[in-house]
Design a protein around this ligand. Structure first.
Ligand SMILES: NC(=O)c1ccc[n+]([C@@H]2O[C@H](COP(=O)([O-])OP(=O)(O)OC[C@H]3O[C@@H](n4cnc5c(N)ncnc54)[C@H](O)[C@@H]3O)[C@@H](O)[C@H]2O)c1
Length: 354
């Protein structure tokens, strides 16, 4: 029998333990070590999930025999830490965003090519059954001509959340606000389902928090396919309301709400043809309240299931020597869209991406 792959983890704050939980659920993975500058966090995590605690990444890399290292440090450190791991000859899984600066993204891709190790970037919602189903329908051309694709993210984060880590809400280490930190999941899903974004026009502002970066943003998108779209995002919508990804085409439409398929209607499945005026189908089920649970209101409410699916995809990629579903090139795409939105908001100009 082959030995499980040996994992190390760096960054044991909010998301580190979610990865540890995910690893514990995978028979082909073993958490061997965890590092954090705040060594008590590494000790707490390893006391629960096993492994040896470290106070820095370099000593963990020097002393432990590791196959894969997961990077869960603040976003602006992802490039430095991922390159350190890849240069040590270990595969790497990087939390989102892959990085926050174009030069760092380029460097990560260059080091990955040079070293030949595998690089995966977390975008766990691509692994949700609803996202997989809608993506399959896009591949089957079931929606016909795609005309409109939207990502709506009316979330809530308190001032206490932003004050809980000196890096949160800063340009230097968070790389942005609601777009770069919270909405990147939905932006990645939107472009994965609708295809590449060709250009953006945007506004951003900071209206509900004391922080450097934006807590509200709107962007109009033109996709390469010709379809249009909208991103509307905030962390100032108390108490945090349903996240929606909407895909509309001339042969069908799908809406994902809080990671689940809330609406799907395809012309190909109709028994009778819809009339010239459509049917104006309702999405909301009678008596249902808007959902304010989950990550829209509380980042620590994350469950590890989708992370486990993505780590399993990386294990398969290593075992079979293939590319993980979200490799460095895929991980870079939502960051490019977000950086272009920031540039458009700053310059009041349309920004081309392709
Ligand atoms: N995929 C998701 O759903 C999801 C959810 C939350 C956070 N994240 C991402 O995970 C990353 C971390 O976010 P968080 O909320 O867990 O942050 P956090 O502040 O709670 O944890 C970060 C940890 O990294 C440690 N750290 C900082 N610099 C370090 C260094 N040089 N070496 C070792 N440890 C260091 C800190 O001490 C802290 O414990 C961010 O990039 C964030 O975008 C992803």
């Amino acid at each position: 029998m082959t030995e499980p792959l040996r994992f190390g983890l760096v960054g044991c704050g909010v998301i580190g333990p979610v990865h540890a939980e995910a690893l514990a659920s995978l028979p082909d993975a073993l958490l061997v070590a965890a590092a954090d500058l705040d060594v008590e966090r590494a000790q707490k995590l390893t006391a629960t999930y096993g492994g040896t605690p470290y106070s820095d990444l370099q000593s963990m890399l020097q002393r432990e025999r590791l196959d894969v290292v997961i990077i869960c440090t603040p976003s602006g450190l992802h490039g430095e830490h991922a390159c350190q791991v890849m240069r040590a000859g270990r595969h790497v899984i990087v939390e989102k965003p892959m990085e926050i600066r174009r030069e760092a993204l380029d460097e990560m891709l260059r080091v990955q090519q040079e070293t030949g190790v595998k690089l995966a970037v977390i975008s766990q919602h691509r692994f949700d059954p609803a996202s997989q189903q809608v993506r399959q329908l896009v591949d089957d051309n079931a929606f016909g001509r795609l005309v409109l694709g939207n990502a709506l993210i009316p979330w809530w984060r308190s001032q206490t959340y932003y004050d809980s880590g000196a890096w949160r809400g800063t340009w230097k280490l968070d790389g942005g606000g609601v777009l770069m930190n919270q909405s990147i999941h939905s932006i990645d899903l939107l472009q994965w389902l609708m295809g590449p974004v060709k250009s953006v026009v945007a506004y951003t502002d900071t209206l509900a928090h004391r922080m450097e970066t934006e807590d509200v943003a709107v962007a109009a998108l033109r996709f390469a396919s010709g379809a249009l779209g909208v991103i509307a995002a905030t962390t100032g919508a108390y108490p945090g309301v349903t996240t929606r990804i909407e895909v509309f085409g001339n042969q069908g439409s799908a809406i994902i709400e809080n990671d689940e398929l809330a609406f799907l209607h395809l012309a190909r499945d109709e028994k009778e043809a819809t009339g010239d005026y459509g049917v104006n189908t309702k999405v909301a089920r009678p008596g249902q309240e808007p959902n304010s649970s989950g990550a829209s209101a509380n980042p620590a409410a994350l469950v590890a299931t989708s992370h486990a699916l993505q780590i399993a995809d990386m294990i398969r990629a290593i075992r079979e020597n293939v590319t993980p579903l979200v490799d460095g090139y895929a991980g870079r795409r939502p960051v490019e869209i977000i950086l272009s939105i920031y540039e458009s908001a700053r310059t009041h100009r349309e920004m081309p991406l392709l």
